[in-house]
Design a binder for this molecule. Structure first.
Ligand SMILES: O=c1ccn([C@@H]2O[C@H](COP(=O)(O)OP(=O)(O)O[C@H]3O[C@H](CO)[C@@H](O)[C@H](O)[C@H]3O)[C@@H](O)[C@H]2O)c(=O)[nH]1
Length: 478
């Protein structure tokens, strides 16, 4: 009979309540559960409410279906401190302030309830951007596993904020503009390629407070799991190993890639497959700017006009709040009519299915990290239009380091002519070929990482082994 120390590892898993964080968190939760973990996954009431609105069949539990397949994933929800119907997109700073100041009290209560029920819990897996994780983990006697959903390069730049500050590249009225060459493991980064928050001169915003506090807290993490691919960021990761118990476990995708048994989309997905089926191989540009950033109306109009000018077929995801949730129809008058024979414009889709479709030949993207990984996996080259946060740094990786895409524009504001020219450059068989060849080369690193004994599996297994050792859990079979 199993004794007290041979139980399954039980993790409470709390994703950051944003689409681009919930998706890789659900995927990691499934992966850990398939390796024998018990997971209690906790979404905010607001994320659950919006997911349930988009998928009326899921009821109160997004994991009901995967549990039927034998995985031990439990599900709970918690308040983020704001009413469920509150418009978090329109009132972004108030939302972030609530996550900074209010959320931890609610998390404390729910974690306390689970631990107090007598259930043995071993660790708290929480997004690195939370400011409270190590304190709550410590209070309830749990190990803290920090989950980083962006590249290792971005992690290390935040981790070395003090170094950037000391050297005058961050936090001054006039920051240095020369190349940064002193971050361990990072050969060179231009200041313009740092995350947007590190390029701001005003560092008093709520997002800055979150970053400062979160990275202070991350220094107390027992483990950091990163959704990146070891081979692609080897130097950065090796240097981090000297300071942080850092595990490159990516790419973390849903099992099956194009279809998940767990509903994660916050908007209902339009089916584009029939439209795509009628298009020639590699002829469609897919355009999407993710779930979070907003686009200036004037830039959105230039992009629309540029797409019209390009004559390329395109599938464009335009979230209802892409400009602002109080301007839900920002396209130029007559645009939809003008491009109707060669376009499909929708509020949301199953992005993995679109990228994996043979008709898709290019991706106009804001460079969210999930989008970058998904595009590589599907061998689709990128046209980069970074808007916020890590997207500028991700663009550097995609264009300057891995050479599998091009930048939409090196200056702002963008013009319709450069949009059209660059769309044609990426989509044309001749000029786009070098990027298609490169992205397929980079894809090999992902394939290797996911192969049996590849870095994704090996690093995840190493983490599990070391976690069990720290918790003194014996393997189940003993
Ligand atoms: O119509 C769509 C559009 C997107 N997605 C999915 O939504 C996710 C979007 O994630 P990402 O591409 O990373 O963009 P954001 O939603 O903007 O993600 C936030 O979180 C990321 C991970 O931390 C950061 O890299 C980004 O900069 C940040 O904005 C991806 O998995 C997409 O497949 C869909 O399923 N359907």
């Amino acid at each position: 009979m199993a004794d007290e120390s041979s139980q399954k590892s039980h993790a409470i898993f709390i994703p950051y309540p944003l689409q681009g964080h919930v998706i890789p968190s659900v995927n990691l939760a499934i992966k850990l559960a398939s390796k024998g973990f018990t997971i209690t996954f906790i979404n905010t009431h607001a994320v659950h409410h919006q997911t349930a609105k988009a998928h009326p069949d899921i009821g109160s539990d997004i994991f009901a279906k995967v549990r039927e397949s034998g995985l031990d994933i439990r599900y709970a929800t918690v308040s983020d401190g704001l009413p469920v119907e509150f418009d978090r997109s329109l009132n972004h700073d108030q939302f972030m302030a609530s996550l900074l100041h209010e959320f931890s009290a609610h998390v404390d209560e729910v974690v306390g309830r689970i631990v107090g029920s007598g259930e043995k819990v071993h660790c708290l897996i929480a997004d690195t951007f939370f400011v409270w994780s190590s304190k709550i983990a410590k209070k309830f006697g749990l190990l803290y596993v920090s989950y980083w959903t962006e590249p290792a390069l971005v992690f290390t730049l935040y981790y070395h904020l003090d170094l950037l500050r000391e050297n005058g590249h961050f936090g001054q009225q006039e920051c240095r503009e020369d190349t940064i060459k002193y971050i361990p493991g990072v050969e060179a980064v231009e200041p313009r390629d740092m995350m947007s928050y590190l390029q701001d001169t005003d560092t008093t915003s709520v997002c800055h407070q979150i970053i400062f506090n979160a990275f202070q807290d991350a220094k107390n993490a027992d483990f950091v799991l990163c959704n990146t691919v070891q081979d692609l960021e080897l130097g950065t990761i090796s240097a981090l190993h000297a300071k942080v118990p850092f595990y490159a476990i990516g790419p973390i995708f849903p099992p099956g890639f194009t279809k998940s048994n767990v509903a994660t989309s916050l908007w209902s997905e339009s089916d584009c497959s029939q439209w795509l089926d009628k298009k020639p191989h590699g002829s469609v540009l897919y355009a999407s700017f993710g779930s979070y950033a907003h686009v200036k109306k004037s830039e959105l109009i230039e992009i629309a006009k540029g797409l019209a000018l390009s004559k390329v077929s395109f599938l464009w995801v335009l979230r209802p709040d892409i400009v602002s949730s109080d301007d839900t129809d920002p396209l130029p008058v007559g645009f939809k009519e003008e491009v109707k024979d060669r376009s499909m414009i929708i509020p949301w889709c199953c992005q993995n299915a679109v990228l994996a479709h043979p008709a898709t030949g290019g991706f106009l993207t804001h460079c969210g990290w999930n989008s970058v990984l998904e595009s590589i996996w599907c061998g689709v080259p990128l046209l980069c239009f970074p808007l916020l946060t890590d997207q500028f740094t991700n663009r550097k990786l995609v264009v300057d380091d891995w050479k599998m895409g091009i930048t939409l524009s090196n200056k702002r504001p963008i013009t319709k002519e450069e949009v059209s020219d660059n769309v044609n450059c990426l989509m044309s068989w001749k000029s786009g070929d070098e990027y298609r060849v490169k992205v397929k080369e980079v894809r090999k690193s992902l394939e290797n990482a996911l192969a049996p004994n590849g870095s994704s599996e090996t690093n995840l297994d190493l983490f599990i082994k070391q976690l069990k050792a720290k918790c003194q859990i014996k393997p189940i079979s003993q």
